[in-house]
Design a protein around this ligand. Structure first.
Ligand code: NAG
Ligand code: NAG
Ligand code: NAG
Ligand code: NAG
Length: 491
């Protein structure tokens, strides 16, 4: 199997991993097992095949400081696990933010080093927004499928289920219908977020849909996203062969950089064929060339003590996904206490960060090779705001590659966006304003007669790798708060 798929899928589940990091430190208090009967069950006649089970949890499970609920979306043999946290500020009016590829949440916490307890993260994203973390597609994290049901093989199947989920979720928490809705996530979320947002835009446009039934989608936030595989590979050169990521010397020497430079035109040509004719035979062939001639130079040197694709300045602590946290998380998630509290079925296999079955299906199903930039264009043209942000030390979903597709995106705002150069932006950190990275953005009225411009911003974060909120928590919180309030970044 191609290295890319390995790395990218790892990337996807790594984010999942960091979603649950805090949960891994849940305190040692006893959790009483819950029964089906304890759940409130919601359904919506428009979605006869979907229902949502919801259970309020206490701060003993996760010291979130606000109301929290866990539950399941059940549909046709698929069961999606979610964790919902109310905003710490004003849950009645603060926005709702859905995190894709985040694991079973509890992201409002940080780990105490001795693992003895939890501290509340002062930069929790729940500060000024309510958050839903959902394990999707089915088969990832705690989400599972019943025997005899196929696992999904692409990003598109989950989008329809997520729309149904939201419509039913709103029945349980009706006030959320009147607050702005945002979709965020990282990594493989670059595939899921635009796909779901496009599905919601199509849903909202259904003829005859009552305006109160519309999902108030306002923006998407894609962090270190895997949107365009071709451009991600292209970005290997900038990331490894220049000092642009913010490193004193390029990671690779001239020999390797020449090899990458020589292989890139053919890799691009082949991968473009895969974009134009997205057949797995073509895409696998294209990727096999790009992988062996370019990405393997780095990927073959990852693993314990080796290079870290999520932060080019770091060394992997362990083979699996580079970060030791992964092991603690899996161990904790598999404790009977956790499984009982969350009502994970008895016969559920062990929780793993990286589901190799899904990974292989996404590879075979071609999802790893398709470009979701067309979905980004579609939602921008419907007036949805799009924030693309990137940690500059990330290789797996690098800044250069993401900048490349954003500039190539053929929409009304393209010319203005592409004509701008990146400029520094500033954010508070440890009590002073610091240069946080660089950015550029446009606000463009896309539809004739539209009253609202779509905002398209590309923002980079220095001294951050793949997991920007992990590496730069204060700056990340400032970034998304500024964005969700439609504020201006300080330049
Ligand atoms: C619900 O599931 C049944 C059986 O699979 C199917 O025939 C029906 O079309 C589904 N209804 C909707 C609204 O999806
Ligand atoms: C965020 O919440 C804090 C209280 O926790 C509040 O003081 C502040 O005004 C809120 N900010 C925004 C932008 O809503
Ligand atoms: C370039 O780096 C590779 C891998 O570290 C090494 O094998 C090779 O000898 C280096 N070439 C030069 C010219 O330094
Ligand atoms: C499942 O996880 C538990 C706890 O980490 C471990 O003891 C057990 O060996 C695992 N089982 C399998 C089948 O991997």
């Amino acid at each position: 199997m191609a290295n890319l798929s390995r790395i990218i899928t790892q990337t996807a589940w790594l984010l999942f991993a960091f979603g649950i990091t805090a949960a891994a430190t849940i305190d040692r208090q006893q959790i009483i097992g819950v029964k089906e009967a304890d759940y409130n069950i919601y359904s919506n006649p428009d979605y006869p095949n979907h229902s949502v089970r919801i259970l309020q949890q206490g701060d003993d499970l996760c010291d979130a400081g606000s109301k929290q609920y866990t539950g399941w979306l059940d549909t046709a043999g698929k069961h999606f696990f979610f964790w919902y946290f109310e905003s710490l500020n004003k849950p009645e009016s603060d926005p709702l933010n859905l995190w894709m590829t985040g694991g079973p949440g509890c992201s409002g916490l940080i780990v105490t080093k001795d693992g003895a307890g939890t501290n509340r993260n002062p930069f929790s994203w729940t500060k000024n927004s309510s958050m839903i973390f959902i394990d999707q597609p089915a088969g990832t994290g705690f989400s599972y499928v019943d025997g005899g049901i196929d696992l999904p093989s692409d990003s598109f199947v989950a989008a329809a289920d997520m729309t149904a989920f939201l419509q039913i979720f709103y029945l349980a928490f009706p006030h959320l219908r009147s607050v702005p809705f945002h979709i965020s996530g990282e990594s493989y979320g670059g595939h899921y977020i635009p796909t779901l947002a496009a599905e919601i835009v199509r849903y909202n446009g259904r003829p005859g849909l009552a305006s109160e039934a519309k999902i108030p989608l306002t923006s998407v936030m894609i962090g270190d996203g895997f949107v365009s595989p071709l451009d991600t590979t292209y970005g290997y050169y900038d990331t490894l062969c220049t000092t642009k990521p913010g490193v004193p010397e390029p990671v690779f020497n001239i020999t390797r950089c020449t090899q990458i430079a020589e292989a890139l035109p053919r890799c691009v040509y082949l991968h473009q064929a895969c974009y134009d004719y997205p057949d797995p035979i073509l895409c696998h062939a294209a990727d096999s060339f790009c992988s062996s001639e370019i990405r393997a130079l780095f990927d073959d040197e990852t693993g314990e003590g080796g290079r870290d694709p999520f932060d080019i300045t770091r060394t992997c602590e362990i083979d699996q996904l580079c970060y030791t946290e992964v092991l603690t998380i899996e161990e904790y998630a598999n404790t009977p206490k956790m499984r009982e509290a969350l009502n994970v079925p008895k016969n559920f296999k062990n929780f793993t960060i990286l589901n190799m079955d899904i990974h292989e299906l996404f590879w075979k199903g071609n999802d790893l090779f398709v470009n979701t930039a067309p979905e980004v264009k579609y939602i921008l043209e419907a007036g949805i705001n799009v924030l693309v942000y990137n940690g500059n030390l990330d290789l797996a979903c690098n800044t250069a590659g993401n900048l490349r597709w954003t500039e190539k995106l053929p929409w009304t705002g393209q010319a203005e966006f592409a004509s701008q150069s990146m400029k520094p932006w500033f954010a508070p950190k440890d009590g002073k304003m610091v240069m946080a990275g660089t950015m550029k953005e446009v606000r463009v009225i896309t539809a004739p007669g539209a009253t609202k411009a779509a905002r398209f911003s590309f923002v980079t974060v220095d001294r951050a790798g793949h997991m920007v909120p992990l590496d730069q928590p204060e700056i990340s919180l400032h970034l998304i708060q500024t964005w969700m309030t439609d504020g201006e970044f300080q330049r």
